[in-house]
Design a protein around this ligand. Structure first.
Ligand code: CU
Length: 128
């Protein structure tokens, strides 16, 4: 009786040890390092600045960047939106939820833009 209890205990212990070593072995694969997100508008050329289209608003509505920087618009609404500037520089396709539009500004200047579907949605990009 005592021996069989001992055996059960040993069997449970060895199962635990095996389970632990297996979970340890698989841990590094699960926690593969995420690439660090580049800081927004850190001033280096080639940076991407994010503008969210959310709740029928542009966030942020006014963006100041340097020449060479890229803006990425992401539609977070279920309604479709576009990004269109009066000067014709910005002209996105209709963006469904989750769609992105990006543009790299190479020259200084100011670009006012609207959503072509909802013209009351206004934003501007000032390139220095
Ligand atoms: Cu819109």
């Amino acid at each position: 009786m005592k021996n069989s209890k001992m055996f059960v205990l040993l069997a449970m212990l060895s199962i635990l040890v095996i389970a632990c070593s297996q979970s340890n072995a698989s841990a590094p694969a699960q926690s593969s390092p995420q690439p660090a997100q580049p800081a927004v508008s850190a001033g280096n050329s080639g940076n991407a600045v994010a503008v969210a289209i959310k709740g029928f608003k542009l966030e942020p509505a006014e963006v100041n960047i340097k020449a060479g920087e890229t803006i990425v618009w992401t539609n977070e609404d279920s309604a479709p939106h576009t990004v269109e500037s009066a000067d014709g520089v910005l002209k996105s396709d209709e963006l469904s939820k989750g769609d992105k539009y990006s543009y790299t500004f190479t020259k200084p200047g100011k670009h006012d833009y609207i959503c072509g579907i909802h013209p009351s949605m206004k934003g501007s990009v000032t390139v220095q």
